[in-house]
Design a protein around this ligand. Structure first.
Ligand SMILES: [Zn+2]
Ligand SMILES: [Zn+2]
Length: 499
């Protein structure tokens, strides 16, 4: 998921909500005009960032290990264990195998309110194996790779949790910090099952971050989606000798696709529909008795996604009827759009600015220049990694299972420049930068920004209350969370069986 359009917010035209947020942030010292915020908060901030710097080498080693393991969705056994062990050594109570998912975990420290959650991802992507070098070179041909930077994501969130825990233990600060190990973000929807299992019920705020090619804490949305497979079954026959005896499952797929393609004209603006034929027979002289098509429906509004999906089912039903075949549908994944929270976003933005951007050594700069030479022309300058982008609202075209979290608990996230500016997610260039100094610097910045933000939430009750009020208002009265995946179990084998 990457931001596409940014609408700058003008500080001169603050609406009543923005004014209220700014007042709270200023009063609590989260936003500081010069001179800087109260001495106590300043001390805590110094301790938190120093705590992360002190364990830098350890966190880099963990991230590198997860990067090398490159375990795909629901198979992240070793990666998840590494993070659990780190938390457990630091004094967290770790509960593993939650929500029916062996690699999901919840690690808790402290007690009482507020309860602040931090999300930690760690799954890799198939087919994107890449060495930490500025040219295309796989470590394992067609093997998996960390092309979405989730090795940095998981490690930084754990690092932030530990830094906050140490500060809480030292100062006697009340409250609960909880790190959520959330598997299979890439299409497996781990968080949906964790939300459905009620694991976020007592959480006041849940924060996340994501590796990226810029430093950005603006509130952003994404698209809700439902994806799934339509499977048709017919009768096979010799395609020349006895075609009248056959009923082609591929015909059904084609008829369904034709209907859906016509439907594109009659769906609400902003709907996205895409499909691939995942099985269409194996020989032209055999009438295929099995065919399968894999669909995605997306829109900002989950209600529209549900409606479009039910129309796909009608098209499949019609296609089966007309071709004399039978069909079944399996919903694989379904996520809500992110519900942005500006109160939290402005607080995180203030902390991201305290931490700053990613500056390169001469060696990293040379690496970045070679990577930049392989990216699409006209991208951002390499030097932009060093600055935080102006606060603005972004609309992303992708989808994420953080969306479901954001509808049950106030949530906001941010990105740091773990990749060379202009690098798209899910690219070999992202894997390469994520395995060396640039990725590590972005990860440490993320851990610090996260730790400072958790600190502000633990020490500023009015901030938590304002985030909650905004959340309730945006979600609307009477909202009841119902997962788009319905009753299905986690698709633990969606990436095939472990090798
Ligand atoms: Zn991704
Ligand atoms: Zn990702």
């Amino acid at each position: 998921m990457s931001p596409q359009v940014v609408h700058p917010l003008s500080s001169r035209t603050l609406d009543p909500m923005q004014r209220q947020i700014t007042t709270i942030l200023l009063a609590s010292g989260v936003l500081s005009l010069t001179p800087a915020s109260p001495a106590g908060a300043q001390d805590a901030r110094t301790q938190l960032t120093a705590g992360i710097d002190a364990r830098r080498a350890e966190y880099v080693a963990i991230a590198n290990r997860i990067w090398s393991l490159a375990e795909v969705g629901y198979q992240e056994h070793a990666s998840s264990k590494l993070l659990q062990e780190e938390l457990s050594r630091a004094g967290f109570r770790v509960e593993a195998g939650v929500a029916g998912i062996p690699t999901a975990f919840v690690a808790t420290y402290g007690s009482g309110k507020p309860v602040i959650g931090v999300l930690a991802e760690f799954d890799a992507l198939p087919g994107l194996s890449q060495a930490a070098v500025p040219e295309r070179k796989a470590v394992t041909e067609h093997g998996p790779g960390h092309a979405c930077g989730h090795h940095l994501f998981g490690t930084a969130s754990v690092a932030a949790g530990i830094a906050v825990k140490e500060w809480m233990a030292r100062t006697g600060q009340r409250g609960t910090i909880r790190v959520y190990g959330t598997p299979a973000e890439e299409g497996g929807g781990g968080k949906i099952y964790m939300v459905r299992a009620g694991l976020f019920e007592d959480v006041d705020v849940a924060l996340d971050w994501h590796p990226g090619s810029s430093n950005d804490a603006g509130p952003g949305s994404s698209l809700a989606n439902i994806s799934g497979k339509f499977r048709f079954r017919g009768l096979s026959a010799h395609a020349a000798g006895a075609p009248w005896s056959g009923r082609s499952a591929l015909d059904a797929v084609e008829a369904m696709n034709h209907m859906v393609n016509m439907m594109r004209e009659h769906v609400p603006d902003g709907t996205r529909i895409h499909y691939v034929i995942t099985s269409g027979g194996s020989a032209p002289n055999v009438v295929p008795d099995f065919a399968e098509v894999y669909y995605y429906a997306r829109h900002r509004d989950a209600t529209i996604v549900r409606d479009v999906w039910s129309r796909f089912e009608k098209a499949a039903e019609g296609a089966a009827l007309g071709t004399g075949t039978k069909f079944e549908v399996e919903v694989i994944n379904g996520v809500y759009a992110l519900l942005p929270n500006e109160t939290l976003a402005r607080m995180i933005d203030a902390n991201l600015r305290r931490v700053g951007g990613v500056s390169y050594t001469a060696e990293e700069r040379a690496f970045a220049e070679r990577i930049a030479g392989t990216l699409a022309k006209g991208g951002p300058a390499i030097a932009s990694s060093d600055s935080v982008v102006p606060f603005g609202v972004s609309d992303a075209g992708g989808s994420t299972d953080v969306g479901d979290v954001s509808w049950v608990v106030p949530n906001s996230g941010f990105s740091t420049a773990t990749w060379v500016p202009g690098t798209p997610a899910h690219s070999w260039q992202a894997v390469a930068a994520g395995g060396m100094g640039i990725g590590h610097k972005g990860m440490i910045n993320a851990a610090k920004t996260m730790a400072l933000s958790i600190h502000d939430l633990l020490t500023t009750p009015q901030l938590v209350a304002a985030a909650r009020a905004e959340f309730e208002k945006k979600r609307g009265a009477g909202f009841r969370y119902a997962p788009l995946i319905g009753e299905r179990k986690p698709p633990l084998d969606y990436r095939g069986s472990p090798k």
